[in-house]
Design a protein around this ligand. Sequence first.
Ligand code: AMP
Ligand code: GLY
Length: 415
Amino acid sequence: MKVAVIGSGGREHAIAWKLAQTESWDNIFTLPGNGGIPNSHAIDTTNFAHIETFCRQKGIELIVVGPEIPLSAGIVDYFRTTDILILGPTKQAALLEGSKIWAKQFMQKHKVTTAASQTFTNSSNAYHFIQSLNNQCVIKYDGLAAGKGVFVCYNTADVTDAFNELEAQYGKQFPFLVEELLLGDEISIIGITDGNTIQLLQPSQDHKQLLDNDLGPNTGGMGAFCPVPFCNDALMQQIKTHIVSPTLNGLQAEGLDYKGFIYFGLMITPTGPKALEYNARLGDPETEVILPSLKSDLLPLVLACLNGTLSQHKLQFHEGFFVDVVLTSGGYPKQYSKGYPISGLDTVGDEVLVFHAGTDLQNSQIVTNGGRVLNIVGQGSTLNNAIAKAYEGVAKISFKDAYYRKDIGQRKSSN
Ligand code: AMP
Ligand code: GLY
């Protein structure tokens, strides 16, 4: 079966690599892909008709969507009217990610445990609620904002800064949420659903901040690891009871067409797990560790999702731990240069996986082409062994001004 993966980052490389365990790489097309994903085709993926034409030319029968933007733009609705299969939520169901207000109302209505919150359309009306939270709050712009719409505030100065930034971007009137600040450990729980059941992949954590010890500005993700040592059976059971099952019941009660990956961003607080957000897709960089940790083939799971038979599958996982260190261009997440040759890629050996994110192929040479450039993934029987393997891989690869965190996998948990 020929499959197209939509997207261009490390997540899409990992999806394509996992699908290529069932099918040959010749049958796994990535659109537009990048310099390091085999069988990448640089077509315009914002135009669904172009994707359809490409699929018909190549005989592609199934599409797996990586990023949120095409989902929120209705790519699934488009292909549901054709005979080409597609994995992902419809535009309406993708509101779980596309609108924080819609998602919060969904959580409240269907009793998914989450932070207390209120909705506003201008800052002056929000101050009363913010004061009742002692200024310890999180301000969230309603729509997709590529990670730049959420402001965690600890005092009045943070609140003022948040509104200044939001108003500079969206004017005085814009929809947003204010919610209580939750303290604890953040984890990512990612599942796959056919609408009748949700099967969970391994719990993971990502490292969003640029600098070691979780300092510095937020990025698209500097690394990830799985499984999470403190995430034991008892905690997983609480997560299922209070977050995953009510979400599935809610999807069914609302009659939403959701067949695909679903991401629960959770805070494990002293009083139990609470939902921070949904994403209507796989996380990046979490995918680069959770798909290598999945022993079961992915393609049969995707097909089971589409024909409603997922409950017949039991997911199998590899033993041990997986750690992903992201190599970035110096200057990221602000300004950085592109086009630097990358050396050492052929020296990492079979034990380390390399998923390309921002790379390009120029005259047979892989060069840097983005902020997050490469994901270097190590496996080990212990978390420390997996960390050591990943950094052995990192040490073999170089490009000008490369930067990476030195402490991936070593987050101190409060649990
Ligand atoms: P979101 O896109 O809603 O997940 O928010 C982005 C990030 O902000 C999360 O990954 C958390 O680190 C943080 N965050 C969001 N909501 C809260 C909250 N209620 N309490 C503490 N941190 C939060
Ligand atoms: N790693 C968080 C995300 O993919 O949104």
